[in-house]
Every structure is written in C-alpha cells, then in structure tokens.
Design a binder for this molecule. Sequence first.
Ligand SMILES: Nc1ncnc2c1ncn2[C@@H]1O[C@H](COP(=O)(O)OP(=O)(O)OP(=O)(O)O)[C@@H](O)[C@H]1O
Length: 713
Amino acid sequence: MKFGSSKNKELRLRWSMPGRERWEVARLHRNPLLAIEMETRLRRYSRISQVAANAETGRILVLFPPTLIKSRHIKRYIEKALEEALQCIAPQPLPAETSERTSADPLQRRMGKVFDKQLVDIVATGNGVSVKALRKPLSLSTANAVLTVLSPIALSLLVATPISGGLPFLATLGLRSKLAQFIFLGGSYLGLKTMDSYVSYLTNKNWGEYSQERERALRMKVFEKIQSMDTAYLENEPPEKLMALINNDIDKISAFLSEAPPTVWRKWLTIGIGTAILGLVSPLVLLLTLIPAPYLYYLEKRHFTEAGKNFGKVAMDKDAQNQILAGNFNGSATVKSFASEPREYRRLSDNSDQLYASRVEALRENAGFYAKNNYAFMMGISVPLVYASYGLMIGRFTFTEVMIQMSMAPTMMESSSGHNLINYQYQEAKQAAKRLDALLHVSPGILDGPYVLERGAVRGDLSFEAVTFGYGESPVLEDFSLSIPANRTIALVGGTGSGKSTIVKLLQRFYDVDQGRILVDGNDVRDFRLDNLRNLVGVVSQDVFLFNGTIYENVHYGRPDADREEVLEACRVAEMLEFVEAQPAGFDTVVGDRGQKLSGGQRQRISIARTILKNPPILILDEATSSVDNKTEAAIQRSVNRLSENRTTIIIAHRLSTVRHADRIYFLKDGELHEEGTHENLLDLNGEYAQLWHLQASHEPSDPFEETGVGRG
Ligand SMILES: Nc1ncnc2c1ncn2[C@@H]1O[C@H](COP(=O)(O)OP(=O)(O)OP(=O)(O)O)[C@@H](O)[C@H]1O
C-alpha cells in the first residue's frame, strides 16, 4: 500500500522533544489490532527503545536515543510499520467461493499457477508474496548452490596441480609456476569453504526469519478470523480442532517454508551447474552419473509410502498402550477391587506384542531402504569413476578432468536425492493450507453494524418486537415480544428449554433473529458495532469462566484500563475482600485452569466484581446464584442487588424466590410468553407460576432472603 499524497493526512506529529515523539495516526483510532501490529513492527527496530500505540486516542508514542537516530527517520519507520500492519490486518477481500477467488498480487498469481494455489495464498496471507522479502533468501540460496559446486572443483584442481604439472588457464592469468598456482588454488579453496559455511548460515537464517515472519502473520490472521466467527460456528467446531489449525497446520507450513524452498533451489541449481560442468568434461560420465537417479527417486517414494503406513501403525499401537496404562493407573482402585490384575497384564502383553511386531516391520523396511539407497548412491558415484579412471589410463581424460569428475559425481548424487522428503513436506503443507484456506474463507454471518455507540449515551430501554428464532428448522422463539423500560428489573422464568437463555443470546447478537427485531433505546441491535453492543451488556451466569491467572487479573479483565483502586473497589462491592485475604497470595493467588482452585461461590464473586468493573447499562443474571448454599446465595444476592441499581436488569432463574421482587416477571412456555405481572399479580392469577411457587415453597424450609433481609431487586 502506498500513501502518496495522502501521507500527510495519515500521520501528524503532535509533539516532539529529543528522544520522544508522539504521532497521530488517523487509522489507529478505534483500531486496537492495528495498534498491536504497529507496536510489534516498530519494536523490531533495535534503535527504537520504546513504543506505545493507543487505539483510543489514535496516537503513538516513540522513544529513541537521539544520538543514534534522527528525528526524520521516525516518521519513515512509522509509515513503514503502518503500511505493513495495515496489510497484515486488512480484511480478506476474497469472496466465499473458491472457484471465484483471484489473487491480487501478480507474483502470487504466477506462483499459484506453478505451485499449489491454496498454499501460495496461505503463505501470502497478510502482505502477499513479496518479491522484496524473497529477494535476499533466494540470492543467498543461489550463492550457496554456486559455492557447493565451486568448492569441490577448487579442491580437484588443487590436488591435480602438483601431479598434472600446472593448469594452462592459470598460466594465462600470470600464475606460471606450480607453487604460485598451488598457493592461488589453496587460498581459493579455503576461501570458498569459509564463504560456503558463512553463506549457509546466512541462507538458513534468512529462510528461517522469512518462515517465522510468515508463521506469525498467518497465526494472527487465523486467530483474528476465529475470534470473529459466529457463536454458531464456534459451537460446532471442537476447540481441539481449532487449536490444531493454529498449532499443527501453521507449523507444517512454517517447516515447509524454512526447509523446502532453500533445499530445492540449492539442489536444482547444483544439478544444473554440475550437469553443465560434467557435460563439458564428458557427456558419457554425466550419463553414467545420472542413471541411478530415477531408481533413487522410486526407492524414496516407495519408502515414504511404506514408512508412513508403518509409523502410522506404530503410533496407533503406542496410543492404545497409553490408553491401557492411563486406564490402569487412574482406575487402580477399581482394578484392585475386581482383582483384575492378571486381566490387565494380559491386555498390556497383547498390546506389547502388537507394538513389537509393528516396530520390527518398520525397522526392517527402513533398513532395507537404506541398504538399497546406499548401494544405488554408491553405484552412481563408482561406475562413472571406474570409467573415468579407465579414460585416464587410455589417455582419454587428463588427471585434472578425472579429479573434476571425482568431485562432481558425489555432489550431483547428493543433490538428486532427498526430493521425496521435500515432496512429503509439500504434501503436508498443501493439506494444511487447504484446511486453513477453508477457515479463512468462511464468511461470518453476524457483522458489525454501521453505528458507533457512545456508551454514556445509552439509557437501556430494551424491546423485543415479534422475534422469531430457531437454531435449526424448528423455532425456539415464535413471534416473541417484550418491552423493558430502562433501569427496571425483570425476570424470565419457565421450564427448562423454554428459550430464556436464547433471549439473552439474541440480545448480545451471538445469533441474529430470523424475523422481528431487538431494539436498544429504539435502535436495532444489528445497526451497532458488535463490540459496542456487547460492551453494553454484562452477564453473570451460573458457569463462570475464569482464566488461568491471578484473582486480580481475572477481575481486571472486566475493564483493562481500570486502575488498581477501581479494581479493589469493585471487589469490595462484590464482598470478596474477605475470601481474597484468606488466600495464600491474596490478589496474586493463581486461580488454576478455569478457576478450579476456587469454590463456586468464590468464582461467582469474581464474576460479579468483573461485571461491576465493566459497569454496563444492561445486566443479565443467568442462574447467578443457583449453585451455592443459602448463606453464600444471600451474600451474592446483596452484591447483585447493588450491581443492578440504575441498570436494566434481566434475571433468569428457576428458583422463584430469587425473582419475586422483580418489577415484572415473565413466565415462558415453549418460546412464548405464557403469564406476566408482578409476583403478587401472578399469585392472584393462580396459573402455572403460582403452582410452581407453591410447589417450590413447600420444598424450601424458608425464604433465605426474608431471613437475611436481602433480595429486593
Ligand atoms: N446452541 C444451540 N444449538 C441448538 N439448539 C440449542 C442451542 N442452545 C439451545 N438450544 C435449544 O433451544 C431451546 C431453548 O434453549 P435455552 O437454553 O434458551 O432454554 P432455557 O429456557 O434457557 O433452558 P434452561 O432453563 O434449561 O437453561 C432448547 O430446546 C435447546 O435444546
């Protein structure tokens, strides 16, 4: 992307002093991903000491040592970082149908015709197949190939010089004496070897950096895509599958990129140059050298198929063994109680026999392959050399020519083998690219609306107008209407599966309604930016998800820009200070995976504190107190009551004592409003709500909220 004349509009220097500059970047405004990408890119410049990009203000602060870097360079660095970051996070312009996809970049298009198109597109994710990025690694690989061929030739000439009596072409360069030629060739050989090592290092380093850069861009793109996916998609895809896409598939592409292009490029160039040299010296020796190449190729291909099968079988047997062992160790008490140790022993013994057989088969095949491969390889070197020696004997070749043949034959053989490993990596990368490409081209159905919401301006009036919605064919909600004035507390009650949670999922646009509309302050929720809409709603539910961090971090998650004082205040309102102080490391206590190290009530309070910190105008309490004892419930209820003050609140609960003080209660049945009114109205109505109330009252010894004097919504 070029900025051209728009450059000045993109960037504006807001403030500057030696070693510090603050720039305004128009596109940074409200674009947190761009802020992250720009920071990452600017940090790569070793002479920039600190960077902070702020998506709220659209500004970027750069700190640098003024003695090392001139102020005018900062602008160039920012321009470059912006250009690269924009390409990296730009939305995929490709349409959903594979057949219609076209690559904008001409090099990408050309490469897509030679290699697998999906793989090329995936490698190009973010910023295309950049000629500039490939120029250096490709040049280094070329130099590497040339040096691979030149070094053995220099050695041949060096060894041949004392015996052959000198090289005429060196004599024409003024090196007439044998010693002068020897010194020149010895120096050249050592110099070439040194260069060869250094260029090899640079080649590997550059291809490695290129593949790592591509891996990073791809990982971020895939992660961004997964995050943008609809809830419906995420519910259908197991997390392990998504993790495998990000870990295994991207790794396969990265491994292919760091190995295959430099190896193939070097091998092909070496074969090309070697063929030319051997062809000049003796076409027959060249032919003899190349004869085993097809056989070597066939051997490798067969070996990869067989080895794939054999190691697949070994892996299966090993998996089965792990399962047997895990079952045995985890269920040791059950094994002992049934006295089934001999049965367990037999299972492992049978499995070990199978594992032995499959491993032996794999090793046998491997040994056979290496024996045949070595034999063919050696013949590829030996037969031409026998012929070359014969040629020397009958005077067809000079000693120098034989030495060149002796050095080139192994180099050629080495270069003509190993293609199957590359092919294997290519096939793996192709399959990985296919899966990633499919993911990147799924179009999310739920997209941002055009309007940016100012949070403070939202009152919190909610209205569901004739909403019909179903997850599949049959509707869960049908022609459902409900109005909630701002700052009121309403309750949704009803049998299991009646659609209560679905209503709040629709409000947050986890799904879109099939018919009708949902309004916030009179505006359709589909018109808002998704992040704005979801920031309006705070949910405290029965299943609290905590990240595996500290208590403080989990509360702070509610509003990352909150300071410590605000976090502590939220915890105080959520009545969690007492339990935090009892923890070994207080707020720094790590909560464990999904918060497993805490009790249900403790997790619940963290969730409430998190929501208090978020301070949303609309609050949803989805069975928030259903899994705790009466005392904890009463304490949580106190926090929840404080939390619901001055907010539109929807309470979902099965236990009716939790909702009796709501301003209005809606009783749902099969996705339709069956009864509505205050608790007293509904009791007077003596319908299903009243029946349920009496049923629950007869099972509950007393109303916990009456006892503790809390529970007013
Ligand atoms: N993600 C989903 N995919 C398919 N069907 C779903 C999904 N979520 C809910 N349902 C179905 O939609 C219907 C309503 O579910 P919902 O969770 O809204 O009920 P609920 O009233 O909240 O129930 P509960 O009180 O048991 O939580 C149920 O029949 C349920 O099986």
